[in-house]
Write a protein that binds this ligand. Structure first.
Ligand code: ZN
Length: 359
């Protein structure tokens, strides 16, 4: 309540309700009006409202005239006073309601301001940080962040790009001339040669088998799933694998000159720019490194139209290797099969493992 709505005190010190004081004032005003000519019936209804408003406006300043006589209130006067009082109470209530609405709208304004200010501040901070010098950070914090970055903690490696585990990769190794002959034909040992002393017989089949079993062991030690296959292995029909390599050795025929070196071939039917070429180049590179033998390029129809190439599944990358010539290269083939096997294992890894580097 404002000051002029507080209940003033009477002379005796007893608090009087504002309405009583107001009624007293009305009585005095009515007495004053009695001295002037009486109002008409029409103006009677309007007059009290006007006088009440002016009375309230002058309430604080207009002194009460003690000289005025106070005639007893008529019934009409009492009713008029009561009506005016009710009107005054309504006005006060309306003012209070307006003040309450103003408070609510102020609170709403503050909340709305925060909803705008906070996102704006975040946006500004983000934009301004583009021009922030990294030196701005505390040196100790910078050092710790540097250590975390160096340890790879800030850039986790995506697991989706991890290579296929070795055990999920299938490799077929054909031990040339091993096993029974085709369609129950007699056993074919491949080339049959004298050893370097002219005493013991050396067969291609034995040389191939010594190298092939070492290749299988080496790949299995790396976790690969490996099949050791015979020359005419029934499993070769529609064989599906990540790699197929057939291991053979060249003839011990005497050409009248020293003929040495190895050969690697893919099927003639496979495209030049395909995966088979990649496999051939991987094996040639690492076999040359490990065996120190020279790579030869005189491919025969036996190699490029090798029977297994026609049997396996079309999507299986395949290659055939001739380890060396059984006359000129016999020593390393007999005495160090592990070196030849290592070259083939590394070549297959070069083909299957994206990051492989034997060195
Ligand atoms: Zn052969």
């Amino acid at each position: 309540l404002s000051d002029n709505e507080k209940s003033p005190q009477s002379e005796s010190g007893v608090e009087l309700p504002a309405s009583l004081i107001f009624m007293e004032m009305m009585r005095q005003a009515a007495a004053k009006a009695a001295q002037t000519p009486p109002p008409t019936e029409e103006s009677e209804a309007v007059a009290p409202v006007e006088s009440a408003e002016s009375a309230e406006a002058t309430e604080a300043t207009e002194p009460v005239e003690p000289a005025l006589v106070k005639p007893p209130m008529t019934e009409e006067e009492r009713q008029r006073a009561a009506a005016m009082e009710a009107q005054r109470v309504r006005r006060i209530k309306r003012r209070q309601e307006k003040r309450r609405q103003r408070r609510v709208s102020v609170l709403g304004g503050i909340v709305r301001s925060f909803l705008v200010i906070i996102p704006s501040a975040l946006l500004m901070a983000t934009i301004l940080s583009w021009w922030t010098d990294p030196q701005f950070l505390n040196p100790q914090v910078r050092q710790q962040l540097g250590a975390a970055a160096a340890a790879g903690m800030l850039t986790p490696t995506p697991t989706m790009l991890a290579p296929t585990p070795n055990w999920m990769q299938k490799i077929g190794i054909v031990s040339g001339h091993n096993g029974p002959g085709q369609n129950g034909e007699p056993f074919d040992p491949g080339a049959v040669c004298e050893d370097l002393n002219g005493n013991v017989t050396v067969t291609e089949r034995e040389i191939n088998f010594n190298v092939a079993t070492r290749v299988v062991t080496g790949l299995r030690d790396l976790g690969y799933s490996v099949d050791l296959l015979d020359e005419f292995d029934p499993r070769l029909q529609n064989y599906e694998a990540d790699v197929l390599v057939s291991i053979h050795a060249n003839t011990c025929q005497d050409f009248g000159e020293r003929v040495s070196g190895f050969l690697v071939a893919k099927a003639e039917a496979r495209p030049e720019a395909g995966v088979d070429t990649l496999l051939v180049e991987c094996i040639a590179r690492y076999y040359a490194e490990s065996s120190k033998l020279e790579r030869r390029f005189g491919l025969t129809k036996d190699m490029t139209d090798y029977h297994s190439f026609r049997e396996i599944h079309p999507t299986t990358p395949a290659a055939i290797i001739e380890l060396g010539f059984l006359l000129a290269d016999q020593q390393i083939m007999v005495e160090q099969p592990e070196l030849l096997a290592q070259g083939i294992v590394d070549g297959i890894r070069c083909f299957l493992e994206p990051d492989f580097d034997a060195a």
